[in-house]
Each structure stands twice: as structure tokens, then as C-alpha cells.
Design a protein around this ligand. Structure first.
Ligand SMILES: [Mg+2]
Ligand SMILES: [Zn+2]
Length: 187
């Protein structure tokens, strides 16, 4: 079986601007390319699991999610093929509009689907996100651990989620590469 790092997208891989859906506004965060390379060098897959309720809210179509993902892959490709993301999952739902689903984080549906698709041992895998619900999705999905990164939407948002993560016993890291190293050393 394989193992994976499940990664939130917005505020983890790219700058979080709120409902990002335009490829040309997609900006890679620092350390992300080398973090994905480290994930691969350590024998893990890098799989993105992202809530995209903007689809349910009719703010943008599913195609725009794909365009942002493709833009991220192109930006990562500049660092070499080992910097590429191995799989992309999104939840297009909003519970108040489309009803409850199994995939919107903190629910583990995307992690369960990815694990089934790629034959991943979830108990040897990790989750990294910029919001507390990302970390709970990881634990709900049976991951060995989860880490917060403080590269999210705003200082206020990062402080709020940092506090929530620490209160729930999760580690906190300043960027993606630090989070990957921290989880690899803990595991
Ligand atoms: Mg996020
Ligand atoms: Zn969903």
C-alpha cells in the first residue's frame, strides 16, 4: 500500500484570496515546490483535498477549479516533475444550499475516496491545512497526524485557526515545508 500527504489547496499551496477561481490570480506560496519534492523523496504521494463551496453558491463553475489546479501544476512543473501534485479532489457542496454531503471537510469523504483510488494506507498518511476543519478531516479520515500551516487568508484567520489547532493538540508550522518535516519527524 502507498502512503500520502493530503493537502488543502487554498492557503496551503497557493495564496488564499477567498473563493479563488481565476487561473491568472493563482500564486504559489513559498516552499511549496520543495515541500512536494520532499513528500515524494520520503516515499509519499501528494494529494489535494479542497472544499469548493463556491460551486454550490454559483460563484464559479467546476471548470474553474480545474483551471486553477492546472495553473498550480504548471507553476510546480517549473521545479521539475517530482514537484507535481499526484491527484486532485474537491467538494463542490455547501450544506445550506445542496444539503449535507460526505466530502466537505471536516468530513473525510475526499480522503476516503483518494485512499481507495490510490490504495493508500491512511494510518501511515498525514493531512496539512490552514484551517482547523482540514485537520479534523485528516483525523476523521484515519490519518496518523495533521498539522496546521499559518499561511492562510489573513493574520486574523491564521491566529484563530492556530489557537484552535493548539487547543485540539495539533502541531502548527509557519509554512508547508516545515509542516512536512514536522510530520515526517513525528511519524
Ligand atoms: Mg484552505
Ligand atoms: Zn461535498
Amino acid at each position: 500500500m502507498k502512503k500520502a500527504f493530503f493537502l488543502d489547496r487554498d492557503g496551503v499551496l497557493n495564496v488564499e484570496i477567498g473563493y479563488l477561481h481565476e487561473a491568472e490570480k493563482t500564486v504559489l506560496l513559498p516552499t511549496v515546490a520543495e515541500a512536494v519534492k520532499l513528500i515524494h523523496a520520503a516515499g509519499f504521494m501528494a494529494l489535494v483535498v479542497t472544499n469548493q463551496s463556491g460551486v454550490a453558491k454559483k460563484m464559479y463553475p467546476v471548470e474553474n477549479i480545474m483551471e486553477v489546479n492546472a495553473r498550480l501544476q504548471r507553476l510546480l512543473m517549473a521545479y521539475g516533475p517530482d514537484a507535481l501534485i499526484d491527484g486532485w479532489y474537491f467538494c463542490p457542496h455547501d450544506p445550506e444550499i445542496t444539503g449535507e454531503c460526505d466530502c466537505r471537510k471536516p468530513k473525510p469523504g475526499m480522503i476516503l475516496q483518494a485512499a481507495a483510488d490510490f490504495d493508500i494506507d491512511r494510518g501511515s498518511s498525514f493531512m496539512i491545512g490552514d484551517r482547523i476543519h482540514d485537520l479534523h478531516a485528516g483525523i476523521n479520515g484515519g490519518c496518523a497526524g495533521a498539522c496546521l500551516v499559518t499561511t492562510g487568508f489573513s493574520e486574523e484567520s491564521n491566529a484563530k485557526h492556530r489557537q484552535a489547532a493548539l487547543a485540539d493538540g495539533f502541531p502548527v508550522a509557519p509554512d508547508l515545508i516545515s509542516a512536512v518535516k514536522l510530520l515526517l519527524n513525528a511519524g
